[in-house]
Design a protein around this ligand. Structure first.
Ligand code: NAI
Length: 804
């Protein structure tokens, strides 16, 4: 084309980024890779390999190793062997390596960017300007955490050997999100990249060798889902971190249950993009482009549900359609295209299938008039309008360049529609009214909320989901905790024989029934406690009681035998009565102080009860009550002091990291210290604004049921605390399976811990279990403080840009 013609048509010409350096790198490896284990590339045990392709044209880039259990085992062993040396290096030593990795990535930024675009099919503009710089930024940021580990996380240590599985949508960036915090915390790693996009991980491994990272600290085993499964199944891991589909996340939750592993899951999403009528509509249109056409929409936090206020919906959609017409789709290495290729034929088929389903269900579908390239795997930007919130395309993650839109009238309706999803990864809110934006943000059930922006990320801010989008955070201080555990945990003793009440059987049940039905002589005045549900004392559904036996073997009384119906009623009461979660932190503090005051008033009565139950002497019983009162004071104090923070992200914005309650939490208590353990677990949950369903000590529940009157006289709103007594693991199972429970703490047996983790898979609730280990409820280091508050909250990051 001549210069004159270009001036006349203003057409884009091709602007390809040279790929010679990346091709030369592939050539140097003979287009053939092994696993990276113990600091060097090794042949896969089976000798099996598979092809990784360039989505832009379908051509083969290289043959990579298919890992099996033996390869995984070699990698885990290498990571285990490297652990002591890596730990011994200390914070500064490790920080130096992380820093060197960041520097080295920057030096090879162009090679990484081109290789990523080749392997994944995403535009070079994105890999060059986002994936690679952000990946390097993660290593810089975490070099800082490595350096500050002892000052900033006193009493914590690295978890150990981490198995990390990442997806194909941001191959290098997800590697950085996983590897940087793991290494900073003093752990070693076995990483499994996605089968479609292993190349930048292998290049990164080479860079690690070049900076002299000690052998075995990082290991990369390539392969498909079966390799991932072999890694998760390996007994030598201390932590599993996964990003990918919710379906595989569930498998991993189940597979790791009861193994004493730390687990973080970053799963799918169907994130709302909310446009209010006062928004800068042109800005919001550009927002949609970034929300759903960035990375071809293959983004877990893609704004894939467009919610537009009715009064501007038509205007907005017209602008959006006009913008879609101008988007450019084509070869990933062309510097002036907006949309690249879809990662693999299977993903393209999935997108096609879901779009066809949307059309078949009768929804209007708009695609621009231009055609996508024939060679390679491309899909055009797609907009569905007037979609029903319940339709498949509005509920299922499509993971492609497809957005569905619907309208709302009021902010309340916008929030309701936004939250009408099983996911909760991110949300984007567009309005010029800061009051409205900051009113809506806390109401959205999402781990990240972007105000007048979308898809912005930084290493200093946590990223992660609510609900079925998983749990755990990546980035920031909150992300570091995923790779650390309290140092005392390693030395906690297991419960001894008979220290936990065995699950009650038919004999206990019969004894209880008999006791209730056959009074001898004059009937005693019935003091059998009830359950405490929705602020009222309630008879158990089954009308059964069970005997409570003192430490000396004598019968001390009876307790109601709660069943699954009682648990459901209690959860419903917690769900329906949201007043406690809406109360101010100061208000919650006042109630907790009042509880402490009322408990102190009744100290002699509780001491008597504890003596009868546990056989404690006067002094020990007095100490338990006194410590419980102190603990209530602690959490009253914390209620308005467990602050969020403002992360210093390198943009013109404030990133507010807010500690939000789970809202409906289940707390299952151990047997020992029946008053103190109960208070130690329920009070932090309450302090943070959760409504709690608590199962007290199964053996000595009367220490908790005696609290009803204290609760009733302390201004605690109905439904804030609900107490169901009975067989610990039977009640725990119902709670673990309940979809309205967002988080669950379990302190009991190892088997019970495993059961809770396994059964939590339905709604992927966050769990915190003791794995059958016994804490000392009198030791403040183990029994109170920030560790409890952290588990009682989840961090929501709200990004608020500023400037005109
Ligand atoms: P996937 O969840 O199967 O793959 C993610 C990673 O997990 C890959 O490394 C894979 O090899 C590995 N994996 C697969 N099965 C495994 C198993 N049983 N045990 C351990 N690891 C296993 O995701 P896939 O099939 O690539 O994509 C399917 C859908 O998942 C997408 O259409 C999208 O909706 C969603 N997805 C979500 C992602 C996110 O970032 N939230 C990322 C990738 C996919």
């Amino acid at each position: 084309m001549s210069v004159r013609e270009i001036f006349e048509t203003m057409e884009y010409g091709p602007a390809p980024e040279a790929d010679d350096v990346a091709r030369a790198w592939l050539e140097r490896h003979g287009h053939r890779f092994g696993h990276y284990i113990g600091g060097r590339f090794v042949e896969p045990t089976t000798g099996e390999r598979f092809a990784t392709q360039h989505p832009g044209d379908g051509s083969e880039l290289a043959q990579v190793a298919q890992g099996d259990a033996a390869d995984v085992d070699a990698a885990v062993q290498a990571a285990r062997a490297a652990l002591p040396g890596w730990r011994k290096l200390g914070p500064h030593g490790r920080a130096r390596y992380l820093y060197a990795l960041a520097r080295h990535m920057q030096k090879h930024a162009r090679l990484l960017a081109v290789l990523e675009a080749l392997d994944n099919g995403k535009p070079i503009r994105e890999t060059r300007d986002l994936d690679v710089p952000l990946a390097a930024r993660h290593f810089y940021h975490h070099a800082g955490w490595a350096q500050l580990l002892e000052q900033e996380f006193p009493g914590y240590e690295g978890v150990g050997v981490c198995g990390q599985i990442i997806p194909w949508n941001f191959p290098l960036l997800m590697l950085a999100w996983k590897v940087a915090p793991a290494l900073a915390a003093g752990n070693t790693v076995v990483l499994k990249p996605a089968e479609f996009t292993p190349l930048t991980a292998l290049l990164f491994a080479e860079l690690a060798t070049e900076v002299g990272l000690p052998a075995g600290v990082l290991n990369v085993v390539t392969g498909d889902g079966s390799t991932g499964a072999a890694l998760v199944a390996h007994e030598g891991l201390d932590k599993v971190a996964f990003t990918g589909s919710t379906e595989v996340g569930r498998l991993i939750r189940r597979e790791t249950a009861g193994r004493g592993l730390e687990l973080s899951l970053e799963l799918g999403g169907k994130s709302p993009f909310i446009v209010f009528d006062d928004a800068d509509l042109d800005g919001a249109v550009e927002g949609v482009v970034d929300a759903i056409w960035f990375n071809q929409g293959q983004v877990c936090c893609a704004g894939s549900r467009l919610l537009v206020q009715e009064s501007v919906a038509q205007r907005f959609e017209a602008k959006l359609r006009a913008r879609m017409e101008k988007l450019r789709e084509g070869p990933p290495l062309d510097k002036s295209i907006d949309i690249g290729a879809i990662v693999a034929p299977v993903q393209l088929e999935r997108i096609q299938r879901l779009v066809e389903q949307g059309k078949a269900e009768g929804y209007a579908c708009y695609q621009p008039s231009w055609a996508v390239p024939k060679e390679g795997w491309y899909y055009p930007p797609t907009l569905f309008t007037d979609v029903s919130p319940a339709s498949t395309i509005a509920q299922e993650e499509i993971f492609g360049p497809v957005i569905v839109s619907m309208t709302f009238r009021t902010p309340a309706e916008a929030v309701e529609l936004a939250n009408d999803s099983r996911y909760g990864l991110a949300a984007s809110v567009w309005t010029e009214n800061v009051n409205l934006a900051l009113d809506v943000a806390p109401k959205l059930k999402a781990g990240v909320v972007w105000v007048n922006s979308t898809n912005v990320f930084d290493a200093a801010a946590g990223f992660g989901g609510y609900r079925e989008s998983g749990f755990g955070r990546e980035g920031g201080r909150e992300g570091m905790y995923e790779y650390l555990r309290p140092a005392f945990e390693a030395d906690l003793p297991a419960y001894g024989e008979g220290e936990l009440a065995p699950p009650a059987g038919a004999a206990e049940l019969d004894a209880g029934v008999e006791a209730a039905a056959a009074p001898s002589g004059l009937p005693a005045i019935d003091r059998t406690p009830k359950l405490f549900i929705g602020g009222k004392q309630k008879r158990p559904d089954g009308n059964y009681v069970y005997p409570v036996v003192g430490a000396g073997g004598e019968r001390v009384g009876e307790a109601p035998l709660g069943n699954r119906k009682d648990v459901r009623d209690a959860v419903e009461a917690a769900e329906k009565n949201a007043a406690w979660s809406k109360a101010t932190a100061h208000g919650r503090a006042q109630v907790l102080y009042y509880l402490a005051e009322n408990l102190a008033l009744r100290a002699p009565e509780f001491e008597e009860r504890l003596r009868a139950l546990t056989g404690a002497d006067r002094k020990a019983a007095g100490r338990e009550v006194e410590t419980a009162v102190g603990r209530l004071f602690t959490y009253a104090a914390y209620a308005d002091k467990y602050d969020g923070s403002v992360h210093p992200t390198p943009m013109r914005n404030v990133t507010l990291a807010m500690n939000e309650p789970w809202e409906v939490m289940a707390v299952v208590c151990p047997d020992e210290a029946p008053l103190l353990a109960f208070v130690s677990l329920v009070a932090p949950a309450l302090a943070m604004g959760n409504r709690v369903v608590a199962v007290p000590s199964a053996r000595w529940p009367l220490a908790a049921t005696d609290l009803y009157q204290v609760l009733e006289t302390s201004d605690l709103p109905a439904g804030a605390v609900n107490i169901v007594t009975g067989v610990r693991d039977e009640l725990a199972e119902v709670l673990a399976k309940h979809d309205a429970v967002q988080a669950m703490w379990y302190f009991g047996s190892a088997e019970g811990s495993a059961m809770v983790e396994r059964e939590s898979v339905g709604n992927l609730k966050a769990t915190w279990v003791n794995a059958g280990k016994r804490r000392d409820w009198y030791d403040p280091a183990q029994a109170e403080g920030r560790e409890f508050l952290r588990h009682a909250t989840r961090v929501k990051n709200v990004w608020v840009p500023y400037g005109e």
